[in-house]
Design a protein around this ligand. Structure first.
Ligand code: ZN
Length: 314
């Protein structure tokens, strides 16, 4: 489970305070497009009833369905919702002039209740949501994620740390496309950055390296073969390549950048305009991906770098 339902406070015993789990249910259904007919305030009978309306559009026009929502927040005890927790379902639906019943639970319905609900399906419209289906729906849309940040702030933060999205830094979304098939390599977190320079017969007596003259972004495999042939026709180039994903996590980015800076300083490496522009494009478009905290997996990688002498790059 990604969301810890215990982040939603336990139902209040009284005091006129609205219960957070019911408010969450209200916002959850509003988010799904239901209209809220009755908010979960305490009614005259002391019971809180959330009533929502669904509008179904079909070929023969629109149908409105009124749902009575029953919220049970048992995440603290962890127990499932049993048939005795949900007595007289048909009567309750009829009393509130509804067409259907929704069970909205922070745990699971017990087998007894599940069988009960199944049995009622020929008399009423029935839906049931448990912690897993609620979580799935929240994860499914940007609005769902926004809602979860309000009701599950800790779980949400952990989730976004582990599933990073590029930071909003530039007006345009970062992208680096394969120069052959035009696939966005940042979206798929794949591909290579290939740099090309003239062949040098490199010896100790002749330590001159030619500057990098051209560069391209490419998928691995076929696209790379095609592009390489195209560039090799220009000159007697040799190619070097790096994995683009190595630039897309914080420590990988800084490690690669330091390696480039060191090679400029120590080996007098140079990039000519075409290659330099593409290298800048790589850094600029990778930057929003690394302006963030590290995931647990990345933290493990750092440990590995430190053990294998990462500091030599700095
Ligand atoms: Zn490609």
């Amino acid at each position: 489970m990604i969301f810890d339902f215990k982040e939603i406070p336990q139902a209040n015993g009284g005091g006129g305070m609205q219960d957070t789990f019911e408010l969450f249910a209200r916002d959850f259904f509003q988010n799904l497009g239901y209209e809220i007919l009755q908010h979960p305030d305490r009614g005259a009978d002391g019971k809180k009833n959330l009533i929502i309306q669904e509008t179904r559009t079909g070929v023969s026009g629109t149908t409105k369905i009124k749902w009575l929502v029953s919220c049970k927040h048992y995440a603290y005890s962890g127990r499932s919702v049993s048939d005795t927790d949900e007595p007289n379902i048909v009567d309750r639906v009829i009393t509130h002039q509804c067409d259907g019943f929704i069970g909205f639970y922070s745990t699971l319905p017990a087998t007894s209740l599940g069988a009960n609900l199944q049995g009622l399906k020929n008399r009423l419209q029935i839906q049931s949501f448990d912690h897993e289906s609620i979580e799935q729906i929240l994860l499914d849309s940007p609005n769902g994620l926004k809602l979860s940040s309000r009701y599950f702030p800790v779980s949400y933060k952990n989730y976004t740390n582990e599933n990073p999205k590029p930071a909003k830094i530039f007006a345009e979304e970062p992208s680096i496309c394969c120069e052959y098939c035009e696939k966005d390599l940042l979206e798929t977190k794949s591909g290579i950055f290939v740099t090309l320079r003239k062949r040098t017969d490199y010896t100790a007596e002749n330590p001159i390296r030619h500057p990098y003259q051209e560069a391209y972004f490419s998928c691995k495999g076929t696209c790379d073969h095609v592009l390489k042939n195209k560039y090799l026709q220009l000159d007697d180039f040799i190619d070097e390549w790096v994995d683009i994903p190595d630039y897309l996590y914080p420590v990988g980015f800084i490690k690669k950048l330091m390696a480039w800076l060191n090679s400029i300083n120590i080996h007098n490496e140079r990039l000519e305009k075409n290659a330099f522009d593409k290298f800048k494009k790589l850094l600029l478009n990778a930057y929003p991906h690394i302006s963030r905290e590290q995931t647990s997996e990345e933290k493990e990688k750092v440990k590995y770098y430190l053990e294998s002498g990462f500091d030599e790059y700095l």
